[in-house]
Write a protein that binds this ligand. Structure first.
Ligand code: F6P
Length: 743
């Protein structure tokens, strides 16, 4: 209040000073104008009068003179006219001049002596007057003087009027400006501050769950952003502390970020962790003329990022964002996450040809369909293979440069993009401990055998000391493949391959997510299902969600057909159930992916055309990249989440949905061909090729009572809690450090 008063007072004083200055200026100008106008008018009158009276002065024709002069009385502001002779005697005057002082003002004498007209403002009998004296000439001599008396009080009155008007204007302006200022202060400053304080109080008392928002452009927006970050960090710390406390009372087998940090520190001492992947955790892209930092839609990133956040270290990845180069230092490095840097990202640049051959070509048209067996034929081209080798060599050089000064460095190579990397590093640095984690399935030897360079790929991989897959089946398939393709000895007892004096251990490490304990899981946002439908512009009651990269392995078409079958079979759900697909476009340069997007769009259109009514649709396809923050409300509100991959190494969407359900409600429909189905056994497990079964599972999910939902969700959350990403990283790294390296 005090501040408001101070601001209003200051504004009032400032306006007063401005008005005062302007009024002074205006008054001066007006005064000069009025005076000049009066002088001009009077001099004209005097000159015209002089012509009539000059011949009469000195002739003694006083009666005629008096009659001429008498005519000039009673004119506006003209008080009268007097004629003096050269001896200063009044010889004629208008009758109204009687109350004037009988003494002649000296100005008359002076004007006659100088024979020059003169005007003066003078106060006579307490009244401001203007006297104009014009010498009368006859025959070249001064014969007398014509004096005009004018009322000049109106000038003062006019000036006073200006002061008065401006004062009233000042009051009105000051009132309105103060009022507007107070309102603006209230709306833009004290209001938001009061709300912010209330919000922080709620948070302190553990009640604040809604994020604090101010309209875009509000001056406090940066401040609230910072406060929100701070609150998030405090909430993370608070929940970590709660988790720690909980852990003290439960089994020691639960892993948190903190515990992983300590564990890795004790394993690595002061050494850095080196991670290599194709996909980078943060991409700088352009959105209009703004630069944006986005987290790519990638299971790998979802999983590995929390590990780097907990342990620090260096992550080497392909810089694929169009603005990536603009933000790195001279060594192509940048500290991330951008809001709170915890580790370093080093970007490796690829030429367009390299990216096309290595990433789109060999990795994603060759190895990806080869390993997934989702009925898309792998394409192997010599030129792609050449680029694949070149890029693996490029990344090997980048890794070797970085590990140069570290003894027995620990290198975690990620995924099928870098099958050759372990061997390339090992040849140069036999002391390095290298793990290769394969994020996608490994097929049976016959399937893998169609790859023309299977031996080179297997040899490259076996440069690693440890190879990880999500599940045991993929480990077995890999060992079988090596057994059939390479000269080697398979140790089935220890799940290892011995080749050229080097042993590679092959083990399952089911990857997971940061649960609990990452800020994404904190309940800062709570958008209701009704709001989601409203934002989508439809009316519905039950919500289904799918979150995928638009990839043919994800079984999206099968899912859509299952929804169609469900509505045909259970028509009561028409108008009540809507499925939203949050589909991130992926690998869009590849023809098969372009075709898939068209097929999905056509199916959505076809099914909607069959069922949709005025304000309801069965399927909504939101085809764009969605941030974690945007996806979260869908996870939190969906009655059912559909993960129907035709084949998937793990699938972290299934785990993210379970993690988001703090209310222990919602049902997960999960393909039996995902790694996740081995762990999340309380999902409704389906065969995505069986449309009838999926339609029925959808109905079971939507009709499941709350108790059963809770029981299933609790068990899945418990499993997730003990098999989180921290445990994955701890197991993998510990296993790697246990291996005896001979060099
Ligand atoms: O699942 C395999 C994988 O490479 C993941 O590692 C990653 O999450 C996903 O595919 C995304 O693919 P891309 O990096 O090609 O967009």
């Amino acid at each position: 209040m005090k501040v408001t008063l101070r601001i209003v007072l200051s504004i009032f004083i400032a306006i007063s000073l401005i008005v005062l200055l302007f009024t002074l200026f205006q008054v001066q100008q007006e005064k000069a104008r009025l005076k000049a106008e009066l002088e001009h008018r009077v001099s004209l009158l005097a000159e015209s009068l002089e012509e009539s009276v000059a011949p009469l002065v000195g002739q003694g024709n006083l009666d005629r003179l008096k009659s001429i002069v008498g005519k000039f009385s009673n004119r506006q502001r003209l008080e009268g006219v007097a004629i003096y002779d050269t001896k200063d005697n009044l010889i004629a005057a208008t009758p109204d001049l009687a109350p004037m002082p009988p003494t002649i003002p000296t100005i008359v004498t002076d004007a006659m002596n100088a024979n020059q007209a003169e005007g003066v403002f003078i106060t006579i009998k307490d009244k401001r007057r203007y006297l104009y004296v014009l010498p009368i000439n006859r025959d070249g001599n001064v014969a007398g003087a014509l004096v005009i008396f004018n009322d000049a009080t109106y000038i003062q009155e006019r000036l006073f009027q200006i002061w008065k008007n401006n004062f009233v204007r000042l009051l009105v302006q000051a009132f309105f400006i103060s009022l507007i200022t107070m309102l603006v202060i209230r709306w833009s400053i004290s209001g938001p501050i009061a709300r912010l304080v209330e919000w922080m109080k709620g948070f302190r008392e553990d009640k604040a769950i809604e994020p604090f928002h101010l309209p875009k452009g509000n001056i406090f927006e940066p401040l609230t952003k910072e406060i929100t970050h701070m609150v998030r960090s405090i909430m993370v710390a608070r929940s970590a502390a709660e988790e720690e406390a909980r852990l003290r009372h439960t089994a020691d087998s639960l892993w948190t970020a903190k515990r992983l940090t300590e564990h890795i520190r004790s394993l690595l001492k002061d050494k850095n962790l080196f991670v290599v992947s194709n996909r980078e955790p943060y991409m700088h892209v352009r959105s209009g003329d703004q630069m944006e930092c986005i987290i790519p839609a990638s299971g790998l990133v979802t999983a590995v990022e929390p590990v780097l956040e907990a342990c620090g270290g260096l992550w080497i990845a392909h810089g694929s964002g169009e603005a990536d180069k603009e933000v790195v230092d001279q060594q192509d490095k940048i500290r991330v996450p951008p809001e709170e840097p915890l580790y370093t990202l080093k970007r490796v640049w690829l030429t367009t040809e390299e990216e096309e051959g290595y990433y789109f070509g060999f990795s994603n048209e060759g190895l990806w369909p080869l390993c997934h067996i989702a009925h898309t034929r792998p394409i192997f081209r010599r030129v792609d293979w050449n680029h694949y080798q070149t890029v693996n060599e490029k990344f090997a050089r980048a890794v070797l440069e970085e590990i140069y000064a570290t003894d027995e460095p620990l290198v975690l190579v990620q995924d099928y993009h870098f099958a050759l990397l372990p061997r390339l590093i090992k040849e140069e640095r036999p002391d390095a401990r290298i793990a290769l984690f394969w994020h996608i399935p490994w097929p049976n030897p016959e399937s893998f055998g169609i790859c023309p360079w299977q031996r080179e790929i297997l040899d490259g991989m076996l440069g690693a000391d440890l190879i990880g897959f999500h599940i045991q089946l993929h480990c077995n398939n890999f060992l079988d493949t090596v057994d059939k393709a390479l000269e080697s000895r398979i140790d089935w007892e220890h799940f290892a391959v011995k080749r050229k004096d080097h042993t590679t251990y092959v083990k399952p490490f089911p990857i997971s997510i940061a649960y609990p304990g990452d800020s994404n899981n904190l309940n800062l946002t709570r958008i209701k299902k009704g709001d989601i439908f409203k934002q989508l512009g439809i009316k519905s009651r039950l919500l289904g969600v799918g979150v995928d990269r638009l990839d043919y392995t994800k079984g999206i078409l099968e899912r859509l057909r299952a929804i169609e079958r469900f509505l045909d079979k259970y028509p009561d759900y028409k108008g009540k159930f809507t499925f939203v697909e949050l589909g991130a476009p992926s690998r869009t340069l590849i023809k098969r992916y372009q075709e898939l997007v068209k097929e999905i769009e056509a199916e959505v259109e076809r099914i909607n055309a069959r069922f949709q009514t005025g304000d309801w649709k069965p399927i909504i396809l939101l085809k764009r990249h969605h941030s974690h923050k945007e996806i979260k409300p869908f996870y939190e509100s969906a009655d059912v989440c559909l993960v129907t991959s035709l084949h998937d190494g793990m699938n972290l969407v299934a785990k993210e949905y379970v993690a988001a359900r703090e209310d222990e409600q919602g049902v997960l429909i999960l393909s039996r061909f995902t790694g996740a189905s081995r762990e999340l056994r309380d999902a409704l497990i389906v065969n995505p090729y069986n449309i009838e079964q999926m339609a029925d599972a959808l109905r079971t999910a939507l009709e499941m009572d709350e108790e059963e939902q809770r029981a299933r969700m609790q068990k899945m959350r418990e499993s997730l809690r003990s098999n989180n990403i921290y445990r994955w990283a701890a197991n993998l790294i510990e296993e790697l450090t246990k291996i005896r390296i001979e060099y």
